[in-house]
Design a protein around this ligand. Sequence first.
Ligand code: NAD
Length: 337
Amino acid sequence: MNVAVFSAKSYDKQFLSAANAGQHELTFFEERLHRETASLASGFAAVCVFVNDELDAETLQILAANGIKLVALRCTGFNNVDLNAAAQLGIKVVRVVSYSPYSVAEHAVGLILMLNRKLYKAYNRVREDNFSLEGLVGFDLHGRTVGVIGTGKIGLIFAQIMSGFGCYLLGYDAYPNDRFETIANARYAELPELLANSDIISLHCPLTPETEYMINAEAIAQMKPGVMLINTSRGKLLDTRAAIDGIKAGKVGYLGIDVYEEEDDLFFRDLSSTIIQDETFQLLQSFPNVVITAHQAYFTADALEDISETTIASLTEFEQGRPLSNEIAAKQPATAK
Ligand code: NAD
């Protein structure tokens, strides 16, 4: 099958080509898929896309008019696809329901340790032969309370790791999972209790209309002074302006993010020689207690292998007319991305 792969980076080519082993004809486009680039898919049967490709109704109409019958998301979440429009146009949508959840959970823990022990500052200091410890004092994770919002595949593993540090875990989930409370020192709580009692709050729920800006000024006001916020889930779960206000007021003591609500125009490319126009992002970068990574939490060889194998298997199922194991139905509530 002829597949147009959008937002393709060297690593996508490497891992997808290895999993494909010549089964499908993959054409890699560096461009992001959106309404202006959708015509590149002319002559292909399927498109393969990632988190920041924009599959709104207009883009899907162009794809359908160009003969596209399948959208294969090489990610878990699908908040960037208008599923109803796809269904109306007869385009099937598949995703990678799960891949190494350890990748994202471990990265969230990495952000915590970066912030807690100020490792990003320590690294730079030592590189400059500055061996002073002034300003590097951290705090033990042992005995601290960690709030986990979303206790699905990633949240559960994150909670297990934090439990290993000797933390207390408060979980909040719209659909609680029996396994969470089997973790040592973990129990479910209502959201206000979690917000009020956690020293660290980590977001692991999907972006849906219900969760958009769930961490806003009102939520931040309920938190402990000096709280650490970690977001490896989706940028729009956090109201960035409210987080900035919280940092300026000293209410938010640490912010670690792998996702940003306006990341589409920034992440996954080298902009080091350009002037970044996003003043909110630049302001965030200026704070000494903020650590940002550019949507790399998933980025392990293990996860890339899982993603590529599932994506190629979905393409093969579609080509052979078999039931699609990873199909997203139009009426299904949006889950992970
Ligand atoms: P999952 O579907 O296994 O778990 C999500 C959990 O969130 C579920 O338990 C669900 O019940 C819960 N949830 C749904 N709506 C909620 C709500 N309104 N309030 C509280 N909880 C709610 O998904 P996962 O595989 O654990 O992924 C979690 C998130 O991680 C994804 O949504 C995705 O946005 C993000 N993610 C980020 C990266 C990255 O590289 N940064 C990679 C993969 C996934």
